[in-house]
Design a protein around this ligand. Structure first.
Ligand SMILES: [Mn+2]
Length: 278
């Protein structure tokens, strides 16, 4: 593994992921050789199992293993960055929330008329994670109100939203009503699931998180949504580790596509029945 080359190519994640894989296979082999159970990908659980047989594992080792776990199932914990030094952009550019909103307004004023002429809809994705600042860098697309502001910043049928469920579900407890409120300004859907809150969450397999997926699908059907729906981040499944960045492997995405298709057919059928009976 050539970490320096990975970093140079913007593939830092690949080195982290490979390190996780090496740790996973090593711990699993040791446990299996000792006749102990070793299933799944949870390195901390493996280490706890091992601690029962080999006392004296260091705190540092535990910390490293816990860190590597995050290279596999993607998530965010504010505690990990709380003490990190401010990002260099803060010092170099003095970015503030106000500057970002002004930049966004100027950008939209320039680009929206071009989008209209070219018949291209533009769709803002939320900040991920949707928190007010990240290592001192302000973030502005992190609440339902900020998306309402986006839509009136430059009023146009071509200025809209990417409804990334993973982030939106962390901004509201009632995502279906938000979908109904934004209606025809939603141009793109990222259909996924998370559990936790905006300061501490993990990206889950579809249907295992906090999102009311039936309610959400029902809302898309009710507003007659006819834009694109894309599978988004999913946990990596067994034997599907080498094919892409964490969050983008094949099996999790295929599983999600099946879930979406099934849910859509069921909800659509229920909805048409209700319309007929009304
Ligand atoms: Mn997304």
């Amino acid at each position: 593994m050539n970490t320096e080359a990975h970093v140079k190519d913007g593939l830092h994640w690949l080195s982290c992921f490979k390190a996780q894989q090496v740790a996973e296979f090593s711990l699993r082999s040791i446990l299996r050789a000792l006749g102990r159970p070793a299933f799944g990908h949870n390195l901390v659980a493996f280490l706890n199992e091992l601690a029962g047989i080999c006392p004296g594992l260091t705190t540092e080792l535990r910390f490293c293993v816990g860190y590597l776990d995050k290279m596999y199932v993607s998530g965010f914990n504010y505690g990990d960055i709380e003490k990190a030094p401010p990002h260099r952009l803060v010092k170099e550019y003095g970015v503030t929330h106000e500057k970002l909103w002004n930049n966004l307004r100027e950008f939209l004023e320039y680009i929206v008329p071009i989008a209209e002429q070219s018949n291209v809809k533009i769709a803002m994705h939320p900040d991920d994670p949707p928190i007010p600042e990240f290592r001192g860098i302000p973030r502005i697309m992190n609440s339902i109100e900020s998306f309402e502001k986006l839509l009136i910043l430059v009023r146009s049928d071509y200025n809209g939203i990417t409804l990334c469920q993973g982030n939106f579900t962390l901004m509201t407890d009632d995502l279906p009503s938000v979908i109904k409120r934004f209606r025809d300004r939603i141009f793109f859907v990222h259909f996924r699931d998370v559990k936790g809150d905006r300061y501490n969450f993990v990206e889950t397999l579809i249907g295992e998180g906090k999102t009311d997926l039936v309610g959400v699908m029902r809302a898309y059907v009710e507003i007659g949504y006819n834009g694109y729906v894309r599978v988004d981040h999913t946990p990596t499944l067994e034997n599907d580790a080498e094919l892409g960045a964490p969050g983008y492997n094949y099996l999790g995405r295929i599983y999600t596509i099946g879930y979406i298709k099934g849910l859509y057919e069921a909800v659509k059928r229920e909805f048409s029945k209700e319309i007929l009976n009304a």
